[in-house]
Design a protein. Structure first.
Length: 443
């Protein structure tokens, strides 16, 4: 018998519309709203919804996080979602108002419908369906609401500083079937001496393979000749060039074409400058870093190594790097090895940010239960738990995985204009969550 009735679905959609109507992208801080008033209002709204469902709620006085729970006992099952979104972007690119959610042809439109307000509401009303059926949880079920997922995860960090850890749980902020392993994420700089030979201004996002790289410096004719020799594509603007590549997310770096690396390989053939040798004589275009560090891999796949920027001035050379580290690899040893290798090229390693990996064994009760629930609900008996180079809140908690909420075949509108979620898909996701919660928290 399905748990998600038409009444539950209607209530969930109404709650989602109320939540999407609160613009909650990062803005200037104010008292009680470290990431802006919009995010704090979304947190207030979500906790009000939870109160209406009969849950106990707590809101951090500083506005960093909130949670709602029901049930009793020492054991805590966590559902970890986030209420912040990316900005809407150009309003002209939207067919509807991103913060006035509407339903058209069985689809709800609005910023946050997929990422992550929609799936969080789906999990919450899946719980409501079980409670409405008279079921009593055998443990505490806690919904934890982050407020800074799209930026630096400061809200969830505050939660972990102040609150009790969960015993197991999931984050509804990914795709089905399930992600049990997410690589460690290390971002850093490589810094060295500057030069008067040339200047470079290639400053890009750390987490993306750069698709373009501009150069307007000395020896341009020679640089173009070398690019031609290598077969590297570029646009010739007369007094400058733009080397062309293929931009992808850093977690998929080997699938891209790094324009910064291609330009640096050419420059290394023209100029005698040690930091360029790192690229031109060692790293080359191998986005696994194997030429520099040897093969680094485990069951979660191979290391990915993205060099997204190369800036050179008379005073300093600075490279940005993004490493996605396989889950069982010792990060400190890897960093020590990298630091030693780059010294040969006059560069020093400088830490910027690190996110520890997610790893819950496939044989665990959590993974086995959630996978069976998904397979039974969809009939996809060949589905396997996944690994990822991306990052979800699941990695911030003990014994936690990323579980849904997007089903296979649902178009990805996250971070895009016209973000939307089909209501039939939402209902299916809610049913999966209801069965999962029943088996893990009510039996």
């Amino acid at each position: 018998m399905p748990y998600i009735t038409e009444t539950i679905q209607t209530q969930a959609v109404k709650a989602l519309q109320e939540l999407v109507a609160q613009p909650s992208f990062n803005q200037a801080p104010s008292s009680g709203a470290p990431f802006g008033k919009g995010i704090r209002m979304a947190l207030d709204q979500m906790l009000a919804i939870c109160n209406q469902l009969g849950m106990r709620t707590y809101e951090d006085p500083e506005g960093y996080y909130g949670y709602a729970e029901i049930g009793s006992g020492e054991e805590i099952f966590g559902v970890i979602g986030h209420l912040d979104t990316v900005p809407a972007g150009d309003p002209k690119a939207w067919d509807t108002d991103p913060f006035d959610p509407v339903i058209k042809d069985g689809v709800i439109f609005g910023r946050g419908t997929q990422d992550d307000k929609g799936p969080t509401i789906a999990a919450l009303f899946a719980l409501k369906a079980l409670l409405d059926a008279g079921m009593v949880p055998t443990k505490r079920i806690r919904f934890i609401f982050g407020t800074d997922e799209e930026i630096l995860w400061r809200g969830i960090a505050k939660y972990n500083e102040k609150e009790s850890p969960i015993d197991m749980g999931f984050s509804p902020d990914s795709e089905f079937p399930l992600t049990y392993a997410e690589k460690g994420l290390q971002q850093a700089y490589l810094i060295g001496p500057g030069t008067d030979l040339f200047t470079l201004h290639m400053d890009n996002a750390m987490n993306a393979v750069p698709g373009k790289a501009d150069y307007d410096g000395p020896k341009l004719t020679e640089v173009k000749a070398v690019l031609d020799q290598h077969g590297f594509e570029y646009e010739d603007h007369g007094t400058s060039i733009t080397v062309l590549g293929k931009s992808v997310h850093a977690m998929n770096a080997p699938q891209g074409v790094n324009a910064v690396l291609r330009l640096c390989i050419a420059l290394d053939d023209v100029f005698d400058f040690a930091p360029l040798d790192l690229i031109g004589k060692c790293f080359l275009e191998d986005a696994t870093g194997q030429n520099l560090l040897g093969k680094v891999a485990d069951e979660s796949g191979q290391l990915t190594f993205n060099i997204s920027s190369f800036e050179v001035s008379p005073k300093e050379t600075r490279l940005q790097i993004d490493l996605r580290i396989p889950v069982t690899i010792d990060r400190e040893q890897l960093v020590a090895q990298l630091s030693k290798r780059v010294q040969k090229y006059g560069l020093t390693y400088k830490h910027f940010d690190y996110l520890a990996p997610l790893y819950v064994p496939k044989e665990s009760k959590l993974v086995q239960t959630l996978m069976k629930v998904y397979q039974d609900a969809t009939g996809d008996l060949k589905a396997e738990p996944q690994i990822s180079g991306g990052a979800t809140f699941a990695r911030t908690m003990h014994n936690c995985v990323a579980f849904g909420g997007m089903l296979p075949g649902v178009p990805d509108y996250m971070h895009q204009a016209n973000e939307q979620w089909p209501l039939d898909s939402m209902a299916k996701t809610m049913e999966i969550y209801a069965v999962a919660l029943k088996q893990l928290c009510f039996e």
